[in-house]
Design a protein around this ligand. Structure first.
Ligand code: GAR
Length: 205
C-alpha cells in the first residue's frame, strides 16, 4: 500500500467515550494510518474523547449549544474550528449531533461517520449507541455489524464505504453485542481511513 505523500489531516467530532477516536490515534501513532489529528471537538465538555485528545497533545475544544446557543452560530463555530486547525477531513466518532450546513459546505464529500449496525438498517434519528443494539436484538436479527459511510444532511445516510458483519450470539444483551461490534469498529475505522489515505477509496467518484 503506497500512502499519498500528504497525510490525511483529520478533525474529530465526538460526544462521549471516544474509543473510536482513541483507536484512530493509536493507528496514527503506530504507523498504520498515514494521517495527522489536527483537532478534536465535542458538544460535551466532560467527554472522555476530549481527555483522550488532550493526552496526545491534540487541541481539544468544547463547542456546543452551551457555548453557542444560536444553531447557525454553533454550526459556523464548528466549521471555523475545523478549518482553522487545518483539518481537511472530518471524522465523526460517536458524535450524537446533526452536522449543520456550514460544516457540510466546508467539507463536501470529506465527512465520514461510523455506525454500529449494518446500514441502511437500524440507522436514522434516535438510533445511536446502545439503542441501536437494543433495536437489533428486539428485531431478532442473526447478525449485526459496523458501517462507515460518507455523511450528508440526514442521519446515517450517504454512501457506505465499508461494512463488517458480526454474529448475534444466543443470550446476547445490548451490552455484549455492543462490545463485539465496538471491537470491529476500532479496526475497521482506522483501516478504512488508511484506504482513503492510500487512494484506494475515492470519495469524489
Ligand atoms: C460507537 O459505537 C459508534 O458507532 C456509535 O457511538 C459509539 C461511540 O463510541 N455511533 C452512533 O451510534 C452514530 N449513529 P465511542 O465514543 O467509544 O467511539
Amino acid at each position: 500500500m503506497t500512502p499519498l505523500s500528504v497525510p490525511l489531516r483529520l478533525g474529530f467530532l465526538a460526544s462521549h467515550g471516544g474509543s473510536n477516536l482513541q483507536a484512530i490515534l493509536d493507528a496514527i501513532a503506530e504507523g498504520r494510518l498515514h494521517a495527522e489529528a489536527r483537532v478534536a471537538i465535542s458538544n460535551n465538555s466532560a467527554s472522555k474523547a476530549l481527555e483522550r485528545a488532550r493526552h496526545r497533545g491534540i487541541p481539544a475544544l468544547h463547542i456546543s449549544g452551551q457555548t453557542h446557543p444560536e444553531p447557525e452560530a454553533l454550526d459556523a463555530a464548528i466549521a471555523e474550528a475545523l478549518t482553522g486547525h487545518g483539518a481537511e477531513w472530518v471524522v465523526l466518532a460517536g458524535y450524537m449531533k446533526k452536522i449543520g450546513p456550514s460544516v457540510l459546505q466546508a467539507f463536501p464529500h470529506r465527512i465520514v461517520n461510523i455506525h454500529p449496525a449494518l446500514l441502511p438498517n437500524f440507522g436514522g434519528k434516535g438510533m445511536y449507541g446502545i439503542q441501536v443494539h437494543e433495536a437489533v436484538l428486539a428485531a431478532g436479527e442473526r447478525e449485526s455489524g459496523a458501517s462507515i459511510h460518507v455523511v450528508d444532511s440526514e442521519y446515517d445516510r450517504g454512501p457506505v464505504l465499508a461494512q463488517e458483519r458480526v454474529p448475534v450470539e444466543p443470550g446476547d444483551t445490548p451490552e455484549t453485542l455492543q462490545a463485539r461490534v465496538l471491537a470491529v469498529e476500532h479496526r475497521l475505522y482506522a483501516a478504512t481511513l488508511q484506504r482513503i489515505a492510500a487512494g484506494e477509496i475515492d470519495l469524489d467518484a
